[in-house]
Design a protein around this ligand. Structure first.
Ligand SMILES: Nc1ncnc2c1ncn2[C@@H]1O[C@H](COP(=O)(O)OP(=O)(O)OP(=O)(O)O)[C@@H](O)[C@H]1O
Length: 469
C-alpha cells in the first residue's frame, strides 16, 4: 500500500484529504509545514507527496527543491487554491508531477495519484532562479491551461524553437514571455516583433538590421531585432503573415545562426532562441504554398497550442474578476449574477483580449459599484454583434462617452444563409464586421483595425478582399 505524505498548513483540508486517501486505500502521513514535511520525508518510506504551494515560512516550492535532493524521483503533486501560470511553471520545472487546484475532486485525485505512482519518474530537478517570473501573470484554473503551464515548465530550458498556436487573444505572447522568463536566457533580452505589422519592404532591415547608406534613408547602422535579441529570446508574432522571400531569409538565419545586415558583407553570429506564433493554420498555409514547409518543420520542433477561452472551464469568471480587481481603482465594483452569466455564455471569438476589453469598457460605463448586463455591451446573438471592444484604455474611455450608432450595412448578417456553405457565411460575416467597425471608427482605419483585433496590414488586406472603400 503506497504511503502518501500531505504537506499543507490547512488542518481541516488536510484531515479531509487524509480521509479521502484512506478511503482510496492509501496510507497517509501529514505535515503542516515545509520543515515538518521534510522531516517526515527524512524518516523514509514515502511514495508520493501532495504539497500545498502556499505554506507559512518556507513554501511548497522550497519543499520541492529540497525533496529533489533528499528523495530524487519522488513523485510530488502540487496543490493550490489558486493556480497561476508562474507557480505551475515553477513547480513543473522543479519536477512536480502534476498540479491540482483546490478543491480537489475525489476522481481527479484518484486519477492523478494512479498516474503519478505508475510513472514514478526520476525528478527533473534543476536550480531555479527565484527572480525568473513571467512579466504578466497567466491565470487559469482550467485543465487544458494547466496542461499548457506544465508544458511551458518542461520545455522552457531547451533551446529548440517553439511554435505557439492559438486563436487571436488567447495569450500567445504571454506564453512566449513565460518561456523566456523561465529559461536559462531569462537574464538576456526578450524581443518581440509583430511580423504582420511591419511592411514587407521594411521587415528585412527591421529583423536583420542595415548598414549606413544601404538604402536611401539608412542614415546610420541599425542592429536589427535578431541581434538585439542576442543572448535572449526573439518572439516572431504572426509569422504566418510573413512574405515567402522573408521566410527564406529567416530559415537561413535559423540554420546558420548568423545574420547579414541589409547592405552589409559580413555575417554576424547570433545566439538566441526563437519563439514564433500565429493564429493561422500553418499546415494549411504550407499546403496552400503560402508558407515554406522547411521553415515550418524547423519552427514546430516544440508546439504549444492554446485552447480558445470558450474551452477553458471556469476561466471566464476567474479572469473577469481578475480584470475587475486589476483595473478598478478606488471603490470596488462587483459583477451582477446576470452579467456573470452573460459573460459565461458568450463565445469570446477575441478570447482573453476581448474579455479584458469588455471588462475595461464595463468598468468605464458603470457608474455605481455594480456591473450589470447592459454595461457589458454583449449582444444576445453573438454572431451579429458589433466589432470587439476597443483595445486601449483611452479608446475604451472614448467609446464610453461616445456611444456608437452603426447604420445598417448592405452586407448585413441577416443575409447569412445558416444552412448554406460555411465559406460564404464567413465572408458575409467578415465583410459585415469590417463595415461596422469602419463606421464605428468614423472611417479611421487604425481605430477600426484595433476594434477588430487586426493589424493595419491585415485590415487593408481584408478591405481589398471584400472590395470595401
Ligand atoms: N491567461 C491569461 N491571464 C491573464 N491575462 C491574459 C491571459 N491570456 C491573455 N491575457 C491577456 O490578454 C491579452 C492578449 O494576450 P496576448 O497578446 O498574449 O494574446 P495573443 O494570442 O498573442 O494575441 P494575438 O494573436 O492577437 O497576437 C493581453 O492583455 C494579455 O495580458
Amino acid at each position: 500500500m503506497a504511503l502518501i505524505l500531505i504537506v499543507d498548513d490547512d488542518t481541516a483540508f488536510r484531515m479531509t484529504l487524509a480521509e479521502t486517501l484512506d478511503d482510496l486505500g492509501y496510507q497517509v502521513r501529514q505535515a503542516g509545514s515545509c520543515e515538518a514535511g521534510l522531516a517526515s520525508l527524512g524518516d523514509g518510506g514515502i511514495d508520493l507527496a501532495l504539497v500545498d504551494l502556499r505554506l507559512p515560512g518556507d513554501d511548497g516550492l522550497a519543499f520541492l527543491r529540497a525533496a529533489a535532493t533528499m528523495a530524487p524521483g519522488l513523485p510530488c503533486i502540487v496543490l493550490t487554491a489558486y493556480a497561476s501560470g508562474s507557480n505551475t511553471i515553477d513547480a513543473m520545472r522543479l519536477g512536480a508531477f502534476d498540479h491540482l487546484t483546490k478543491p480537489v475532486g475525489r476522481d481527479e485525485l484518484a486519477q492523478a495519484l494512479a498516474r503519478a505512482l505508475r510513472a514514478h519518474q526520476p525528478a527533473v530537478a534543476e536550480a531555479v532562479d527565484d527572480d525568473t517570473q513571467a512579466g504578466e501573470q497567466m491565470l487559469s484554473n482550467s485543465a487544458p491551461m494547466r496542461a499548457i503551464f506544465k508544458r511551458i515548465g518542461l520545455v522552457a530550458d531547451s533551446d529548440n524553437s517553439v511554435l505557439v498556436l492559438g486563436e487571436t487573444g488567447t495569450g500567445k505572447e504571454l506564453v512566449a514571455q513565460a518561456l523566456h522568463a523561465n529559461s536559462a536566457r531569462a537574464a538576456g533580452p526578450f524581443v518581440a516583433v509583430n511580423c504582420a505589422a511591419i511592411p514587407a519592404e521594411l521587415l528585412e532591415s527591421e529583423l536583420f538590421g542595415h548598414v549606413k547608406g544601404a538604402f536611401s534613408g539608412a542614415a546610420s547602422d541599425r542592429l536589427g531585432r535578431f541581434r538585439e535579441a542576442d543572448g535572449g529570446t526573439l518572439f516572431l508574432d504572426e509569422i504566418g503573415d510573413m512574405a515567402l522571400p522573408t521566410q527564406a531569409k529567416i530559415l537561413r538565419v535559423l540554420q546558420e545562426r548568423e545574420v547579414t545586415p541589409v547592405g552589409g558583407r559580413q555575417a554576424v553570429a547570433v545566439d538566441l532562441r526563437v519563439v514564433a506564433a500565429t493564429h493561422r493554420d500553418l499546415e494549411a498555409e504550407v499546403a496552400a504554398g503560402r508558407f515554406r514547409a522547411d521553415l515550418w518543420y524547423r519552427l514546430q520542433v516544440i508546439t504549444i497550442k492554446l485552447p480558445p477561452l470558450r474551452a477553458r472551464d471556469g476561466d471566464v469568471a476567474l479572469l473577469a474578476t481578475h480584470f475587475l480587481r486589476q483595473h478598478v481603482h478606488g471603490r470596488a465594483k462587483r459583477l451582477a449574477p446576470a452579467a456573470l452569466a452573460a459573460l459565461q455564455g458568450h463565445p469570446w471569438p477575441g478570447n482573453v483580449r476581448e474579455l479584458r476589453n469588455t471588462m475595461l469598457r464595463a468598468i468605464a460605463l458603470s457608474e455605481g459599484d455594480l456591473i450589470d448586463i447592459e454595461h457589458l455591451g454583449l449582444d444576445a446573438a453573438p454572431l451579429s454583434r458589433a466589432a470587439p471592444a476597443p483595445a486601449t484604455e483611452a479608446a475604451t474611455a472614448a467609446a464610453a462617452t461616445a456611444p456608437v450608432t452603426v447604420a445598417a450595412t448592405p452586407a448585413g448578417t441577416a443575409e447569412i444563409d445558416w444552412d448554406g456553405p460555411l465559406d460564404r457565411a464567413v465572408e458575409l460575416l467578415e465583410s459585415c464586421m469590417l463595415r461596422r467597425a469602419l463606421a464605428a471608427a468614423d472611417g479611421n482605419r487604425s481605430e477600426a483595425a484595433r476594434r477588430l483585433g487586426l493589424s493595419r496590414q491585415q485590415l487593408y488586406r481584408k478591405l481589398a478582399q471584400y472590395d470595401i472603400e
